[in-house]
Design a protein around this ligand. Sequence first.
Ligand code: SF4
Ligand code: MSK
Length: 670
Amino acid sequence: MAKKRTISEFSTDPAAQQMLIRAEELGIGTAFTRADAMSPCNIGDTGMCCKNCGMGPCRLTKNGDVGICGATLDTIQARNLTRAIAAGAAAHSDHGRGMAMTLKATANGEAEGYAIRDVAKLGTIAALYEIPIEGRSPEEIANDLADLYLSQFGQQEGRVVLTKRAPTKRQKRWEEAGVIPRGIDREIVECLHRTHIGDDQDPVHILQHAVRTAIGDGWGGSLLATDISDILFGTPAPILGQANLGVLKDDYVNVVVHGHEPTLSEMIVAASQMPEIIEYAQAAGAKGVNLSGICCTANEILMRQGIPAAGNFLQQELAILTGAVEAMVVDVQCIMQALVVLAKNFHTRIITTSPKVKITGATHIEFDEHHALTIAKEILKNAIDNYKNRGAIQIPDIREDLIPGFSHEYINYMLGGSYRASFRPLNDAIMTGRIRGVAAIVGCNNPRGQHDYLHTHVARELLKQDVLIVETGCGAIAAGKLGLMLGEAGLSEVGSGLREVCETVGIPPILHMGSCVDNSRILTVLTQMVEEGGLGDDIDQVPAVGLAPEWMSEKALSIGTYCVASGAYVIFGGTSPVGGMPDRVADSDIVARYISQGWEELYGGKLEFIPDPQKMIEATLAHIDKKRAALGLPEWEPNKFGRSGDARMTELEKLPLAQKREAIYGVAAD
Ligand code: SF4
Ligand code: MSK
């Protein structure tokens, strides 16, 4: 019998807790209560079930069990993991394909409402591939770039051209391991082929292809999606935003955009500010239209337009429970089917928009980039028409300011200024030990655990240890809700060395770097840190760790795998999908060992599943310290740095001259 949790065990977020109490009062179920009611299958959740053919499903429960076809547990686990990675890579990359098609349509004047906003980034990216720039219009260059990027999907031979943006040594490693993706789609299709009954049955060989597919995501589909989003909608720079359910407004028409793609949501932002729409809303008795976001669509418009985030993955149902949402407009990925049933208790309309996503019972208004602004206006008018149907509302008065928008271009600029933009100050801060290392905390929420707890607990503890944190996805929204993304407001909990750097540069201790596909920005930052010098000549030498403490989606597994292939130590929380049997003899644990030790030998990075937060933190710090030692950097010392500014000067003033000189210049007096 599954344990029934209390409201505070469901979520650490007080706004979420208020809505969960409301759900309980109204007798409405949510993902949290459904998770309590349904225990996970203890065979499937550790990868011990195969249903790849009609002879199964085969459930392997004892050491030595095999499926009807003779497949071993290791083969089944490798196949299951590979299929999940292929699905995740497909989701990211298909998003990238959509962006490339929009870029092509924009370049040819066929995309209503879109323009090339970042011509400089277009030029920088085009130059990487030797696309001619001189004397050509942005549209001509964009057309060539779109063609090049679109060709990467169906390419059969050669290499995905974006992989050339990895450090040289990394590319060599991939070549030696035979994992450079030939074409983005080709590798995904081959994953499905290889894992069909009676195909690839060597777990290590299967997983080699999983790596190749994931690289096609991180250094292919995701990277090009980020490039094009920036070119079309502007490269993010810091901007003031807000997060949590308190961003909904009682006297406005609330429209929540949810999913992943910025193409439609950017047009909805533009349409919501048009006099025609504002007047339409006022005629309906509202003050106007209040837009907010959930999940990564939220991150996309938060970091570019400052549009507030109503919450992360587990808050999609909770936003509707406020009773104040006229329409939730969804595109692709992470949209719960439960929204439609839940919305029937309120007046909220669930509007699906992607040609790829329909939900039974939802209103479908199909998006087409050729008529984007017209469709955006139609959607908003549909929501406004629904305002009169609003019943009792309860909006938690809880929201937090945050500053998102730390693209790698901006990080480069902020560290060095416009005349000497550089990663040098960041590398120097790591080399001296002011910053112990870097952690990327990314990924989803999972109702099997306490909403936002792992994200925020792990982040807080690492900040105390002078670890600079970058975040994307739902993890970023969790940190934003906690107030750790607002310049000095977040610094009270931060180690003294990191605090000194944040104060000097003027940054929060956690940098919001965008949506799930923007994990490619983190790869770019790591590459630029390597190129800057002083931290080795490949990503696996940088004192950095990736964490997905509350992961749930297949995309997270693809992200984790391409980060490992890029050289990172990646730690996931929750249950391992290759966990196997509790009583397994270690020597038979081929898959779990291979993705850790085996991948570390090949790529310098490894993937591990560590559910315990304390162990997760210890493993992160141990890895950072190991990498520091390997680089010959000084051992990190707490409180060595950071007594900067007036306080430090007052302290120094009290010292005798010789000691003062030593303290300031690090050399003894003459
Ligand atoms: Fe069972 Fe083999 Fe079919 Fe999988 S592929 S379901 S292990 S018979
Ligand atoms: S939205 S993939 S729940 S991060 Fe990108 Fe959040 Fe995970 Fe979806």
